[in-house]
Design a protein around this ligand. Structure first.
Ligand SMILES: NC(=O)c1ccc[n+]([C@@H]2O[C@H](COP(=O)([O-])OP(=O)(O)OC[C@H]3O[C@@H](n4cnc5c(N)ncnc54)[C@H](OP(=O)(O)O)[C@@H]3O)[C@@H](O)[C@H]2O)c1
Length: 254
């Protein structure tokens, strides 16, 4: 497995912290060159410095930009191809969740924004990557969905609906882009990041109690799965959504 992604060009969105940063580290450890993006330039540069400090041979490039902005997506894709000579791996990791609770009281502009960043932007990145590299050369895409896209949660309903759409988008893209481009999704349960801290800040043990594996996820749990999905070891897997949830959905709950 060591260096099995040697020389490949990768784009990981939303990667200044959390799952995206762990995915960047995983791809680097397997030999890839990685461009990380996120909105705020300073934490992004700090993340890039941290990733370079891991000492892997691949290059790390940081480019600030909003995943919801079409020109920024195009610039990120262009930069990957210019810097690394290819864009073989695209990880659509950016996701937002500004709406909680009752759908009847949900601000529709906020809901629209969730779908724009979590679903439309993911398709936008794939379109750019297709034009710039993957149509002619193939590639692998992973969309970071959620268990909330598979089973209703009540609390994060609008977000869950957007992740369900991302899962279906993954299937449609796998169908349309095969055989040269594989498109898969991962569906994590609660992973210990800033994004989810409200879900476990009252007590990690209590939050983990319903999980058969009795712990919450670490970003590295998701990154290891994504590393596998973009590698040749997964060369007969496309259109799949893989749960990485400590067994939570196996219990019937969320
Ligand atoms: N953590 C969980 O429990 C969990 C569970 C299931 C699924 N997920 C999914 O996993 C993905 C990553 O979440 P995470 O937990 O790692 O979150 P996180 O630690 O909060 O990191 C989010 C990253 O995305 C960036 N970002 C946010 N909005 C952005 C935008 N509009 N454009 C560009 N970058 C943006 C953030 O940087 P800036 O703020 O500087 O932009 C940051 O780098 C998301 O798609 C989320 O839905 C997470």
């Amino acid at each position: 497995m060591s260096e099995d992604l040697k020389g490949k060009g990768a784009l990981v969105t939303g990667a200044s912290r959390g799952i995206g940063k762990a995915v960047a580290a995983e791809l680097l450890s397997r030999g890839a060159n990685v461009l990380i993006s996120a909105r705020k330039p300073e934490p992004l540069e700090e993340a890039a410095a941290e990733l370079r400090g891991l000492g892997h041979p691949g290059k790390v490039v940081a480019l600030a930009g909003n995943s919801g902005d079409a020109e920024s997506r195009a610039e990120q894709v262009r930069t990957v191809v210019a810097e690394f000579g290819s864009l073989d791996i695209l990880i659509n990791n950016t996701g937002i969740n500004p709406v909680y609770g009752s759908l009847m009281e949900a601000d529709l502009n906020a809901v629209r924004k969730i779908f724009d960043v979590n679903v439309v932007a993911a398709l936008g990145y794939v379109q750019e990557a297709y034009k710039a590299w993957m149509q002619a050369n193939g590639g692998a895409v992973v969309n970071v969905a959620s268990v909330a896209g598979i089973r209703s949660s009540g609390l994060i309903a609008a977000y869950g609906a957007s992740k369900a759409a991302l899962i279906r988008l993954t299937e449609e893209l796998a169908w349309q882009l095969g055989p040269a481009i594989r498109v898969n999704a991962v569906a994590p349960a609660v992973v210990k990041t800033k994004f989810a801290d409200a879900l476990y800040s009252a007590g990690e043990d209590a939050a983990a109690a319903p999980y058969p594996l009795k712990r919450l996820g670490n970003p590295e749990d998701v990154a290891a799965l994504i590393g596998f999905l973009v590698s040749d070891q997964a060369s007969w897997i496309t259109g799949e959504v893989v749960r990485v949830d400590g067994g939570l959905l196996a219990t019937g709950g969320i």
